[in-house]
Ligand binder design. Structure first.
Ligand SMILES: [Zn+2]
Length: 218
């Protein structure tokens, strides 16, 4: 998980546990987080600790003490858990609800809006909907496995067809390369393609996703 602010030196204020010890705040809907202070460093960018999508953004107002803030839903992570983060007391928020956010993307500037007396970020982290101590993640005590990019999504549309005696040829006009071969009998194939009749034979124009499995000899 990335560090939530671009700064040369980090100074910490109230810890997650400090915040937890204030039931009055919690009763008002406040959520415990970690305070990271600017200590005079100018205009510190806040960045998203993971990729995700903006689920709440407030450009003005007190907002339960959060002031200007945004919340990002990071979805399911490679450790099998769902994370969400919130960055409070911003001087300015650059995000809007629904926006996709990359890991490390600048989302705002550290400030002192809402219930705050010094420039800092109140950084909140949820794991599976439960508020957790961000320090565990920022110090490396808990490390998330790297995100493996998903394979290219298969095309929409589907042809499931018996393939005995059907030759496969991708038309040069459609794809850069030609592939000619026999489909193995009994297999099915998913593609955006179509069956076409040409030269007295049936051809399947398609993008073959498991090409090596389906393409036989010429
Ligand atoms: Zn705080």
């Amino acid at each position: 998980m990335l560090y939530p602010c671009n700064m040369s030196l980090a100074y910490f204020g109230d810890s997650w546990q400090d915040h937890r010890d204030r039931p009055g705040y919690l009763a008002q809907g406040w959520e415990p987080g970690l305070d990271i202070l600017s200590m005079g460093q100018a205009k510190i960018d806040l960045v998203s600790v993971l990729g995700g999508k903006v689920t709440r953004d407030k450009d003005a107002g007190y907002n339960m003490g959060f002031g200007v803030y945004c919340e990002i839903d990071h979805g399911l992570q490679p450790d099998g858990h769902r994370y969400k983060s919130l960055y409070a007391h911003m001087a300015g928020n650059l995000t809007s609800v629904g926006q996709a956010i990359k890991p490390g993307q600048v989302i705002g500037v550290m400030g002192s809006t809402g219930n705050s007396s010094v420039v800092h970020v109140h950084f909140i982290l949820w794991k599976d909907g439960k508020n957790v101590d961000p320090m565990q993640y920022l110090t490396g005590a808990v490390v998330l496995p790297p995100v493996v990019p998903p394979p290219d999504a298969p095309p929409t549309g589907k042809i499931v067809t018996p393939i005995a005696a059907v030759n496969v040829r991708t038309a040069p006009a459609v794809l850069a390369a030609n592939a000619i071969g026999l489909l193995h009998p009994g297999k099915t194939i998913e593609s955006t393609g179509e069956i076409v009749e040409s030269q007295g034979r049936k051809w399947l124009k398609c993008i073959v996703y498991i090409a090596s499995e389906f393409l036989g000899g010429v």
